[in-house]
Design a protein around this ligand. Sequence first.
Ligand SMILES: Cc1cc2nc3c(=O)[nH]c(=O)nc-3n(C[C@H](O)[C@H](O)[C@H](O)COP(=O)(O)OP(=O)(O)OC[C@H]3O[C@@H](n4cnc5c(N)ncnc54)[C@H](O)[C@@H]3O)c2cc1C
Length: 368
Amino acid sequence: MLYDIIIIGGGVTGCCIARTLSKYDLKICLLEKEADIAGGTTKANSGVVHAGYSSPREFQKRNLCIKGNSLYTQAQKELNFPFKRIGSFVCALEDNQIKGLEEERKEGIEDGIPGLEVILDKKTIKKMEPKLTDEIVGVLHAPSAGIVSPYEMTIALAENAAMNGVKFFRNQNVKKISHSDYTFIIKTENGEFEGSNVINAAGLWAGKISKMVGLDYFDILPRKGEYILFDRNALQLNKVLFPVATKVSKGILVCPTVHGNTFVGPNAQNITDKKDNATTTAGLKEVLEGAISLVPNIPARSSIRNFAGLRAIPTGKYDFIIDNTDIWGFINVAGILSPGLTSCYAIAEKVEDFLELLGLNLTVKEDY
Ligand SMILES: Cc1cc2nc3c(=O)[nH]c(=O)nc-3n(C[C@H](O)[C@H](O)[C@H](O)COP(=O)(O)OP(=O)(O)OC[C@H]3O[C@@H](n4cnc5c(N)ncnc54)[C@H](O)[C@@H]3O)c2cc1C
């Protein structure tokens, strides 16, 4: 069978693209190397649907995040996954941090982020989030931020795509791609697949997949983030709480989950092994100390689980790589670091535009 589109990678990026394209009258399949989907970076992250003020304006991930955030409301209506728009605070603990929050607010509003406000009145802040430290000086409140269950959303996307005709093949580790005459032949450990267009959404391994067709212009490096999850009865929060961001990370947050727990994390540690998702004593200590500066009464003894996730960091620019490449029909959707979960619906729309440029007949199916 010759597929119109083969998607490599069954994380949130690949599954969201699959679901978005499943409305068209096209033959599509998705290849995932593991026994199930959503087992990569999609499984272990903060699950925050970011408002979009934090990425630099020159990066495409900023606009894709803002747009992606706005697309969540409709997606949840259609797919019914756990998602709550609870809002976030960036928490300034020193007076000299307020200027930065004001700048983020101003630029965010200019870029279309709804409802951004800087709140300086301590009473108002504490009323909105009583667990926050008394040291709080001011917050940037983003009411459009939310929380989602990343893997449940990805499963919902995949199920809907499958219902609409996308074929999912698991245990298909892509090993080799050859291409000629506008056709790609993909060899996996367990089979062979033929397609006219290929979308590389292989997360940490996207650089390796790109190299298989001779496109050697980026690599992906892992950056670990560790977390501690607490018992539901130990701490309840109203808002996602961020510290003021650093250059490499949004910092260690204290955050509710859609299931009613609270977690703290992540830290940011560059590593070399793309399979190393072990937590460390030093890492968990760092996470706990960071969290305590925002919420002093962190219930350290009520931890029920530690885990770590690996960010897919592209070499070069700290931005998504979403390219309609020089190889006709081969699209890279790589380096999907944070806020990739938030941006997935907007990323899928961008891929849709590429496919239209490539001449695919995007006719919506009657029974979609
Ligand atoms: C610590 C941390 C915190 C984060 N917090 C947030 C957040 O709060 N909000 C947010 O918006 N984003 C967040 N992110 C980013 C978000 O998690 C990612 O952008 C998103 O999960 C990327 O999904 P993906 O599908 O691109 O990659 P993945 O989920 O890694 O999926 C790639 C898939 O490709 C498969 N694959 C790889 N190689 C092959 C091959 N050869 N053959 C077949 N299949 C293959 C893998 O098995 C995997 O299933 C965070 C990330 C981390 C690590």
